[in-house]
Design a protein around this ligand. Sequence first.
Ligand code: NAP
Ligand code: MG
Length: 491
Amino acid sequence: MGIELKKRYQLFIGGEWVDSASGETFQTTNPATGEVLANVASAGKEDVHRAVDAAWKAYQGGWRRTDAGFRGKSLYRIAQAIRDNSEELALLDSLDNGKTLNEARVDMFMAAECFEYYAGAANKLEGKVIPVFGDRLNYVLREPLGVVGQIIPWNFPLMMAAWKLAPALAAGNCIVLKPAEETPLSALRLGELISDIVPAGVVNILTGYGPEAGAPLVEHPAVKKIAFTGSTEVGRQIMAHAAAHVADVTLELGGKSPQIVFPDADLDAALEGVLLGIFYNEGQQCSAGSRLFLHESIYDNFLKKLIERSKAINVGPPQEPTSQIGSLVSKEQQKRVLNYVQLGVKEGAEVACGGKAPAAPELKRGCYVEPTVLVNVANKMKVAQEEIFGPVLCVMKWSDEKKMIEEANDVQFGLCAGVWTKDINKAHKTANKIEAGNVWINQYDVFAYGAPFGGYKQSGIGRELAFDTLLHYTQQKNVNVDLSGKPSRWF
Ligand code: NAP
Ligand code: MG
């Protein structure tokens, strides 16, 4: 399927498509070819102010008073619009990000499912009555926050937009969304699709750079909450700046998640899970199972198969149906990942396969990296401690279970973990000891709407995808009513 891109994309503010106040634009490129896809408006402080004003107006003007059931129906319509346009949206993300079209199709399915989950949840959000002393009625309302700012990364462009927008809208908030500078196109197309579904100003979309468009959004005093997905480094800055006007934050940050394989595991299943965990989405996933702990008794055999399979992965043009891994998002990201491989070698690790850009001439212009397995890794090495965010797996051998668990936990992150064993007690015991927000047992990278996703430690604050995520987009109002009809005497 072809797609006709506009030459120039604008900001979506108050239901209108407008240029940035400065008139500035930036280019978004296809990282698989280096071609410029389009010029996109680059938002700055003035645009942030306009967008927040538009969101506040839409909030006060009606969205806060809409029936939850109506908001739910609107979200179902958004889900349907994504499904009806999923091939186009998937192609946009594949072109803009470099991920395979097959992967982008999964993102569209996940995005639509997310809107459907929160569509159904919108009118299940209830307050409560508290049995307080005396002749009183005491009740708690869950009210929306007002205007929320949402800042998202480039790795799952439309899906991340869905994860943010759906619960915030369901709870009755109005939004200013900033997509990543590398991948603005699908969010803008979503803006077009939803412009007939939600009133003007309920969703505003500001494309632009983090420091110019993101930072003023975080600093704006009328923004009551910032929901952020991205790196731990930027997450820390956002938290600090939101503190200046006491705005709430939820942060979905980085990871360095362990995959633990016990000797009694179904090793074929574990191999599939390890490959998916590190190479899906070109390794650019916060949940990546990037540290593999293999028991010494299965180490040689497992590693041999892992290397064979990694070498056989088809790295190729993202839109080719046979490509299993596409391009990384940018030259910068490719360089960063390859530098980490070099660093690992300096630290004493060994490249068992991959470790470079593929040699095929037709891939030279892109930002590809071969599926890479590093062995002889020690957990204290930087390659085992820092998030590489690319297709690079660090393999470690273990024999002492207690020590292995200590090492699995010995990182600043705590997002996910994979545990592979047929022993149900061992599985639960290990899950219990792992410091991570998500533990997958005999599977990996399985996301379910309703099940909370998010991090321990420096992997973040708050949870997404769950019913409780709605609560993060509300504030409680306690109302205490005197029913006695008698004045309270204090003097
Ligand atoms: P990033 O550099 O932190 O950027 C994320 C977003 O923040 C982008 O929109 C970025 O704008 C913006 N930003 C940058 N500096 C900012 C500032 N000073 N103020 C406000 N906004 C600012 O992360 P990334 O490289 O795009 O994404 C990769 C990271 O996301 C990884 O660490 C990954 O683990 C994490 N991630 C986490 C989850 C999760 O659920 N835990 C999910 C996906 C990804 P620009 O586009 O201009 O840079
Ligand atoms: Mg791009």
